[in-house]
Design a protein around this ligand. Structure first.
Ligand code: PLP
Length: 465
């Protein structure tokens, strides 16, 4: 399998190279040149596979040139063994036609563990083989940082530096990052906001000359193809539980950067019957407005009760646009150049294509709290605020009632105690046993000024030999 850039003019890469790269050199994102696809008979045969076996079946075609079947099997088994539920991604029924897919049984209680636990292991295997070391650098306002650190915890060939805005991430999220300690893990609390952190990361990727020879930066945000790839699996897993290939399900996905839902789109192209993909957004509704009007317009960031979905643009949407424009890289390059200068409008043909599979719905904070309270009242099931946005979108009056709905439950409610309190359900979510002492564990982080030279000096001074 080869990988091509959405902007058409970067070199075609192998899986191994794509894993070690961030953005393509033309500014685009890497996507597979072609997709494997499964027939109805093959899907029937896959219905009995457990999660790791299914993951192996689905992911092998993407990585075949870098890993043998046995090597991949070992990595996948090791990855999903750390999840605290033996089904890995259990489906829970909440109403007649409503299910939630619990994606929060990984080490940091959010769906990002599915991809980052795998990514850390894939990277480590490749680096060992090549005798190389790399540096992971990322900015986080919450879930990505902790999941990335947990994914790289035991990787000897990776130094990881995660920047977060000092004093501006929730205590649970901060502690999930700062209580893991290894000589290769560095939490940098920056005296600035999230955008400052993000800007330093972007600038460092553009000019990596502060690193010694032979070291390079690897991206762990969802521009890294391996993250999207890993997320395809659970759409198949849920669909097969609910009757695929003979019955299609609809999926409602709490969406920020469009990585998770894009994996659902790929699953549908690979043969999984998908009735609809619902883009569920909070008040940062750039994608909802796009689906409604065809206009793609940046917005100012709003802070909501669902912080992991607080974004001003959704970078992975470019991967879908590439398909909507018949994989015309030059067209995407000129659209994205225009987008750098202001708002853009997508063609009618592109929007028509998008609406065949995608729908969208916006849920504000009050509706999020009402959904948490309503579901608790009827089922005593506690949704986290992100998952509640997905559930509210799946159960809104305009939603299809003929198909089974799967809402992706992207985080555990104990990660967001303030929202649970505000929903007035009169109960609190307990942290799982393996994290019960999170508030007693000692934290490790360095506070640095909002200054890129200071950050880069710190990094080059703290690299492993
Ligand atoms: C990251 C995240 C999202 C958004 O996922 P995208 O792939 O960025 O669309 C939703 N919910 C939670 C809890 C997250 O951590």
């Amino acid at each position: 399998m080869r990988y091509i850039s959405t902007r058409g003019s970067a070199p075609t890469l192998s899986f191994e190279e794509v894993l070690l790269t961030g953005l393509a050199s033309d500014g685009g994102l890497y996507v597979p040149e072609s997709l494997p696809s499964f027939t109805s008979a093959e899907l029937e045969a896959m219905a009995s596979l457990d999660y790791p076996s299914l993951a192996h079946r689905i992911l092998l075609p993407f990585v075949e040139e870098a890993f043998t079947g046995e090597e991949l099997r070992e990595i996948i088994d090791d990855t999903y063994a750390v999840f605290r539920h033996s089904a890995v991604a259990p489906l829970v029924q909440l109403d007649h036609n409503q299910w939630v897919l619990e994606l929060f049984h990984g080490p940091t209680l959010a769906f990002k563990d599915f991809a980052l636990q795998l990514l850390g292991r894939l990277l480590d295997a490749i680096l060992k083989r090549r005798g190389e070391k790399v540096v992971i650098m990322g900015a986080t306002s919450g879930d990505t940082g902790s999941a990335a650190i947990a994914g790289c915890e035991r990787c000897e060939n990776i130094d990881i530096f995660i920047l977060h805005p000092h004093g501006r991430v929730s205590e649970v999220q901060r502690r999930q990052m700062t209580t893991l300690s290894a000589p290769t893990i560095h939490n940098l609390a920056i005296e600035g906001n999230f955008d400052d952190c993000q800007a330093m990361v972007k600038a460092s990727f553009r000019d990596q000359s502060f690193l010694p020879d032979g070291r390079r930066l690897v991206a762990v945000n969802s521009i890294n193809w391996a993250r999207i790839m890993a997320q395809i699996v659970y759409y198949f897993y849920a669909g097969l539980r609910l009757g695929a290939p003979h019955r299609a399900a609809a999926y409602s996905v709490p969406t920020g950067n469009f990585g998770d839902i894009f994996a659902g789109y790929l699953a549908s192209k690979m043969g999984l019957p998908v009735a609809q993909l619902m883009i569920a957004t909070n008040r940062n509704d750039v994608l909802h407005r796009l689906l409604s009007t065809g206009d793609y317009a940046r917005q100012t960031l709003e802070h909501t009760l669902s912080p992991s979905m607080d974004i001003s643009v959704s970078s992975n949407f470019e991967r879908l646009m590439f398909d909507l424009y018949e994989r015309d890289g030059a067209a995407i390059a000129s659209l994205m150049a225009a987008f750098d200068d202001g708002d853009i409008t997508l063609s009618d043909a592109a929007m028509e294509k998008a609406r065949q599979l995608f729908a969208s719905h916006r849920v504000d904070d009050a509706q999020t709290l009402a959904c948490i309270a309503d579901v608790w009242g009827r089922t005593e099931y506690l949704l986290d605020p992100h998952s509640a946005i997905g559930y509210a979108a799946a159960t809104q009056p305009g939603a299809n009632t003929q198909t089974p709905w799967v809402t992706l439950a992207t985080a555990h409610p104990a990660k967001f105690p303030d929202a649970i309190k505000a929903s007035a359900v009169g109960t609190t979510a307990q942290l799982p046993v393996h994290l019960a002492d999170l508030f007693e564990r000692s934290e490790h982080f360095d506070v640095l000024p909002n200054d890129i030279a200071a950050v880069q000096r710190f990094m080059s001074g703290h690299l492993g030999a």
